[in-house]
Design a protein around this ligand. Sequence first.
Ligand code: TTP
Ligand code: MG
Length: 405
Amino acid sequence: MRPFIVHIDIDAFFASVEAILNPSLKGKPVVVGALPGERGVVASASYEARRYGLKAGMPIGKAKKLCPHCIFLRGHFSHYEEFSNRFHKLLLNFTPIVEMASLDEAYLDLTDCSLLYPSLHDVVFTIKNKIEAELKLSVSIGVSYTKLLAKLATKRAKPGGIKFIKDENEAREFLRDLDISEIPGVGSKMIEILRRLNIKKVEELWQLSLDSLISIFGKTGEYLYFAARGLNHGVIGIKPIQKSISRETTFPRDITDPDLIRAHIYYLSDRLSVALKRDGLKTSRVELKLRFSDFNTITRRKKIIPTEDPLSIYRTALEMFLPLFEKEKRALRLVGVAAKELQKAPLLDLYTFNEKRERILNAIMRVRTRYGFSSVMAGRELILKRLYPLKRKEGFILKTASLTR
Ligand code: TTP
Ligand code: MG
């Protein structure tokens, strides 16, 4: 039987939540990310703001130039997480097979639900209506027989629509004209190489054999071959575990003080740890991202014994940070820490189990759940008070925090 995969993505997520928190923003051009004059980028722009050419990732200064009367907000991350959790819970009413691909995006596998729902086609509309009624957020939906096609369909359905790609014929017609840059995972380097081969559209990519793509791009070439045909390479299905969680921030001004940078790295590791613990996950690879004042960006990765302990994540990030910072001797603009290669935390991990540390971490978690994030903090984080307000529930309010993608 052909899989029935539904991909749902909330429209202009952060900006739409802001309009719920403050209804006077409804229908207006709203940008969440940072205030004009501050550094940082557009995280989310309402569709009214997009009419002026604004999009995610654009520097705030440029956004302000394109749309001087846009309303700029720093954002309220705890509210976004709350809406994301409600979104997830609502989806679980329809099937247990729900993969949250990011805060505002989910895949549902309804393949085996045809006894429960006589018309899978109709239930998609029910899901959409239910979410929009309960959350008051507009969503777009793509439906197809692979995750990749469903995701691509959602993009075409935005904002507020539903797009079905029901079989191979429709997939071929859909993919034919698609720009190669639309395929998730195709980055600027790949686009450049393909452009030199005169390949811009997916249809043109079909001319290349699997072998030649592998010889050009290695393993990624294999992915590209299947992606161009709408197939996810490997097993089609819903992986219940997200691939990575990251926390990063642009500083209010460039920083050279290593203690202050360390404090940020600890704080981001701490936030990451909370997210891992909440989802019952451990990471076995830590990634550090640094952006220098000249926008040069580097990332480094390191294997680690599976953990959710902020101290282990911090120490691993620091081992990568210190030699790099020593070598570069330049001011930093942004720092990020990511947990990669996530796995479900075993109930009792005999190999790495440290009962005392485990008890401490659980206790910290309980205290924070009850009294707010700031009720327990490490001494090394506290110098961040020099830069940011500290709120009881949310912790430090970073200028331009960015969550996992
Ligand atoms: P998206 O779903 O990519 O964007 P969106 O919901 O704002 O707009 P669209 O209608 O096109 O789906 O991302 C979801 C949220 O994630 C977005 O509201 C803000 C946040 N985000 C970041 O924090 N950093 C980023 O780089 C991006 C792209 C999004
Ligand atoms: Mg979205």
